[in-house]
Every structure is written in structure tokens, then in C-alpha cells.
Design a protein around this ligand. Structure first.
Ligand SMILES: *Cc1c(COP(=O)(O)O)cnc(C)c1O
Length: 431
């Protein structure tokens, strides 16, 4: 397959052939960027050809991916991506923005953006003849791998922290993966999974560590630009449009790195004229990359993560350097928000945009509120929020944001009384 040339280390820049390494740089452990042959890609396809594709999944971008076409057509492996993008007008009005966009990646087969990474890693695993695949996960990466592995009928083993939300653990179990909960944090599970993969010879999907995760996640950038072109009528055979600013939540930093890589691919191909500013949003309780950004350094120091947003609760980000550069190299920024900001964002997204997001999924909105306050975006700019996961995955978090329902006896008087009480409560809270 001609377009996959190899890897380059994000730390030292050393380059490797496609079969020379599997995970990280042998010299310094840096995460590897996949090198593509853009000239070969430009010969094999065009922006216009892809725009005309009838394939409604990430596989419409196969000519830009470093894998061969996977089998299993008609399974959820072929239902990943091509998630809806729309204009949440009421939210825009609330923020005083004229051109706000929302892309809902909670509408993937296992209800998070992680399906993009797991689908491409599973395709790679099949290509290189892997028998067993393992990952550490806060929940979603594991659910995505379990789901995609079930579609490909490949055995999978998931290590997650024992306090992962029940909805995510249920998903892992339902897809038939071997699920082991670790009495420790995500970071503990991560280290254990590396040792296990090494000891037993399993293929490791770990976020950032496996170069194909970012290659899967970059498809979100492709969709953003292609869908943005279609929605704004800027359709051409050779070019796609691009928003001015993109907001995404950040834990390990692999989604934001993937977004950046996808935009760079399109820019290299000349399909977009400029890069969007990329904004990473972290919880105050898990803000290792924000801290480095604020200090103006590339040295990322671990924190002791505590946040309601479990999907971005990370002590040591596993893709921190690339994640930091996604913002610094595009003129974006890092923003930190509190757990209360995140809970409020969940409510607002539900009420004003009809999107039910898990805490980490709603975090970009909380960040956008701050960015508007701080003047980091202009009211007339094209701004996109990427919602990364569905709220049903974390019912406890959702109920913390949404509050409790009233229980009454089944009679009309009790209903009237309850309605009156709820009206006066709404008035008090100013809604
Ligand atoms: C994994 C995840 C994130 C964060 O992605 P990173 O690559 O860890 O930065 C955000 N939101 C959801 C729903 C996730 O599952």
C-alpha cells in the first residue's frame, strides 16, 4: 500500500519504515506520527471525489488512511463516523455568536469518538495478523475496542479502573471482551497493559502509544471540513472549507492530536487553505496540559487527577506534547473549566441543543463559554464544538447535572401540586 511511508518521532524527529517499529520511538519513547505520501494520495483521489462518495463512514477517507480496507462490511465497523454536524442556534444566541456549529460524536456505534481510533486499530491489527488485542481505558476506548473487536470477531482484553462508570463497564462486558477492572487509576491500568502486551505478545491499542489511534481520530477533522463545506455551500472539486476555531475536551490529548494531524493532512494536500485555531479544554481537576500551556513550556508534569469527567481524568497525558502543539502551532489555546462549569454545560447542551453529552463530551461547551468571556474568539467567526461522548454512558454524572425527578401518588391533585412546586423552583432559579 503505497501511501503509508512510515513514522516520525514527535520528540526527536527520527524516521522509521512501516515495519521497523510498532508503537513508540525506540530512542526516546516519543509518540510516532504516521508519514503519508501526499503526492501518491493526490494522484489516487481528489477532494471532489471523496465529497461525492456514498460511503457514510470513516472509510470514505480510506485513501488518506495508513491501512487497507477492512473486511466485515455491514457490521458496526462500517458504521463509525460521518456523525451529524449542525448549528445549535439557541446556544449561539446565548453566547452572542453568529456561526456556531456542533458535531455530535456521541452518535457513533459505541457512543463515543473512540470508535474512530478503535476501528482503524482493528483494521491495522487484521492487516498485520494480530490474534489478541489489549487496551487500557477510562471506559470509552475500551468500549470502542470491545465493540469493533466484536464486529471483527477478534478477541479483546480491556483493563479499566475499577471506578469506571457502570454504563461503560456494561458496554465492555456486553461486547464479549475480557474485562479486568484494576484497583487503581487509569494510569495504573495503562502501565499494566503495556507490561501485559509485552509479556504475552498481544497487540496494544493504548491511546497515543499506538500510532494508529490518532490516524483514526483524524477522520473527525476530515468530516468537519467536508461537512462544513457542504453546509455552507462552499463545494468545489479541489477545496474544502474550514472553521476558524475548533473546541475539544482533552485528557490524554490524543483526540486533539488526531484533529491536528487530520487538518495538517488536508493542508498538505492543499484541500484546505489554512488551519483552524484548535482549543483544548481541560477540567481544573485534570489539567496537566493546560498547566504547561499556561507556563509557556513543553514540559508536561503529571497531576493528581480528580474530576467528574472520567474520560478526561488523567494524571500523565499519554499524548501531551502533540496535544500541546495542536494549540500552540495553530494559534489556539488551552482553557480550564471547573466541574461545576461542566455540569452546567451538560444541562445547557441538553436543554438548548437537544444533545445529551457525558461530562467530557460537554466540556468543550464549558470552554467555549470561557473563551467568549475572555475574547479568545470573535462573534462572527465560524466556531465548532466537538461533542465526544453520549450522556447515557455515565448516568451518575448525568443525574448530578440534571437533578432528581419528583415522585407523586397517581392522582391529579398530587400532579397539580407537584407542577406548582416545580414552577416556583424554576422561577427561583431564574429559568
Ligand atoms: C477519550 C475521551 C476524551 C479525551 O480524549 P483524549 O484523547 O484522552 O484527550 C474526551 N471525551 C470523551 C467522551 C472521551 O471518551
Amino acid at each position: 500500500m503505497g501511501r503509508f511511508l512510515g513514522y516520525s518521532c514527535s520528540v526527536c524527529g527520527a524516521e522509521y519504515g512501516p515495519d521497523e517499529v510498532t508503537y513508540t520511538c525506540p530512542m526516546d519513547g516519543g509518540n510516532l506520527d504516521v508519514i503519508l505520501d501526499y503526492a501518491a494520495i493526490a494522484k489516487s483521489t481528489t477532494a471532489g471525489q471523496i465529497m461525492a462518495s456514498r460511503e457514510e463512514s470513516i472509510w470514505r477517507y480510506l485513501p488518506l488512511l495508513p491501512v487497507i480496507e477492512p473486511g466485515h462490511k455491514g457490521t458496526p465497523l462500517w458504521a463509525v463516523g460521518w456523525t451529524p454536524m449542525f448549528r445549535p442556534d439557541r446556544l449561539a444566541k446565548k453566547l452572542g455568536l453568529q456561526n456556531l456549529w456542533l458535531k455530535d460524536d456521541g452518535r457513533n456505534p459505541t457512543a463515543s469518538l473512540k470508535d474512530r481510533a478503535s476501528a482503524v486499530v482493528v483494521a491495522r491489527a487484521e492487516e498485520i495478523g494480530v490474534k489478541i488485542i489489549i487496551t487500557a481505558s477510562t471506559g470509552n476506548a475500551g468500549a470502542a475496542l470491545a465493540g469493533m473487536a466484536a464486529a471483527a470477531q477478534m478477541p479483546a482484553l480491556i483493563l479499566a479502573p475499577k471506578n469506571a462508570p457502570q454504563g461503560k463497564v456494561a458496554q465492555l462486558l456486553m461486547f464479549g471482551a475480557k474485562v479486568i477492572l484494576v484497583n487503581g487509576t487509569y494510569d495504573d491500568a495503562f502501565d499494566l497493559s503495556l507490561m501485559a502486551a509485552d509479556t504475552f505478545g498481544w497487540y496494544c491499542r493504548n491511546t497515543g502509544y499506538n500510532p494508529f489511534t490518532a490516524e483514526g481520530k483524524k477522520t473527525a477533522a476530515f468530516e468537519i471540513c467536508e461537512q462544513f463545506s457542504k453546509a455552507t455551500g462552499k463545494v468545489s472539486d479541489v477545496k474544502w472549507g474550514v472553521p476558524d476555531a475548533v473546541f475539544v475536551s482533552v485528557g490524554d490529548g490524543n483526540i486533539i492530536s488526531g484533529l491536528h494531524k487530520g487538518m495538517k493532512d488536508l493542508h498538505e494536500l492543499g484541500w484546505i487553505d489554512r488551519m483552524p485555531r484548535i482549543f483544548g479544554v481541560q477540567s481544573q481537576g485534570s489539567s496537566a496540559i493546560y498547566n504547561a500551556f499556561a507556563a509557556g513550556t513543553e514540559e508536561i508534569k503529571p497531576v493528581h487527577a480528580t474530576t467528574i469527567a472520567d474520560s478526561i481524568s488523567v494524571d500523565l497525558p499519554r499524548d501531551g506534547l502533540r496535544a500541546l502543539r495542536a494549540a500552540t502551532q495553530t494559534g489556539g489555546a488551552y482553557i480550564q473549566v471547573s466541574d461545576d462549569d461542566i455540569l452546567a454545560a451538560m444541562r445547557t447542551l441538553g436543554r438548548d441543543a437537544a444533545v445529551f453529552a457525558e461530562p467530557a463530551g460537554a466540556t468543550p461547551y464549558a470552554g467555549l463559554v470561557k473563551a467568549v468571556e475572555q475574547g479568545l474568539v470573535r462573534p462572527d467567526e465560524q466556531i465548532l464544538m466537538l461533542i465526544t461522548g453520549n450522556g447515557l454512558k455515565d448516568i451518575k454524572g448525568a443525574l448530578r447535572a440534571a437533578g432528581k425527578a419528583t415522585v407523586i401518588e397517581p392522582d391529579l391533585d398530587a400532579l397539580k401540586k407537584a407542577l406548582k412546586q416545580s414552577d416556583s423552583r424554576a422561577e427561583e432559579s431564574g429559568r
